[in-house]
Design a binder for this molecule. Structure first.
Ligand code: ZN
Length: 272
């Protein structure tokens, strides 16, 4: 019995040694495991918005929180942008706005400074809404000049088409797919007319007439774009509880998040 136990121990020891040897990383190892959280993200949201936008904001927090599993990144949330001076905000490699933007002058000034100095931004749905009452020309320019023009109602699924299939955000997505129900905003002028704007995704003209109560019949309909002057992306989806119900759309959101971060002039956090 003793001999048998000894041989089992020897076997276990050999197995342990083998595992340790296997754990040594060869030079051409394809994975890059994080040794610490790769970046810090801040979600600025508000519960004082239209119910369907608040639901989306909370689902965004839940979804991004799940992506932190394994401490890949640190995620903070706030409903008070006034708590963030520029000095505090610049610690974050990306600011995410699911349902709106700062409305106070001082808060807007901090956000402008952050973006002008290389900050990252991912905005959804209402965070791009602007009209005659917005009074923030810098932000309208930041978005590419498009002012809210009209929307379909009620929220519904719509066929998306990829405008730039080789872009890092779209290269692993199908060329067309049906996005889950959202309220879709159309813009005037179309941000596509702005030379600094890269339109990545649009609603296909196949969707027209789009809507039941409020029906959109024609026109250019970009839904996801970037402004090359900044490290930013805007995604129009973000109304209601279905936005995170589709794998393609969830992949798009991960792609968008990673793309904004990977263009940080301070260094690409995914290569650390
Ligand atoms: Zn909406």
């Amino acid at each position: 019995m003793i001999t048998c136990r000894n041989s089992i121990s020897t076997f276990a020891l050999l197995l342990l040694l083998k595992l340790q040897l296997t754990a040594q990383v060869p030079a051409n190892y394809s994975a890059n495991y994080a040794k610490a959280p790769r970046f810090k993200a801040l979600i600025y949201f508000s519960d004082r918005k239209e119910g369907a936008h608040v639901i989306f904001a909370h689902q965004t927090i839940d979804y991004l929180q799940k992506l932190t599993v394994g401490d890949g990144f640190l995620l903070d949330t706030t409903q008070n942008f006034g708590n963030y001076s520029y000095e505090k905000l610049k610690d974050y490699q990306i600011v995410i706005m699911p349902d709106g933007y700062p409305t106070k002058k001082e808060e807007r000034a901090v956000f402008e400074q952050y973006m002008e100095k290389g900050g990252g931004w991912m905005g959804f749905h209402e965070s791009g809404y602007n009209d005659k009452d917005t009074h923030w020309p810098w932000f309208v320019n930041f978005l590419g000049g498009g002012v809210f023009y009209c929307n379909n109602w009620p929220p519904q699924p719509a066929k998306i088409k990829v405008d730039q299939p080789n872009h890092p955000i779209t290269k692993n997505l199908p060329l067309t797919w049906t996005a889950p129900a959202s309220e879709w905003y159309q813009w005037n002028p179309s941000p596509r007319l702005n030379k600094n704007i890269d339109i990545l995704l649009s609603l296909s003209a196949d969707n027209y007439p789009l809507g039941i109560k409020d029906v959109i019949n024609f026109g250019d309909f970009p839904v996801v774009w970037t402004n090359r002057q900044y490290r930013m992306i805007y995604l129009n989806m973000g109304h209601g509880d279905e936005i995170y119900s589709d794998a393609t759309q969830k992949l798009l959101i991960i792609n968008a998040l990673k793309w904004v971060l990977s263009n940080d002039k301070q260094g690409n956090p995914f290569t650390k």
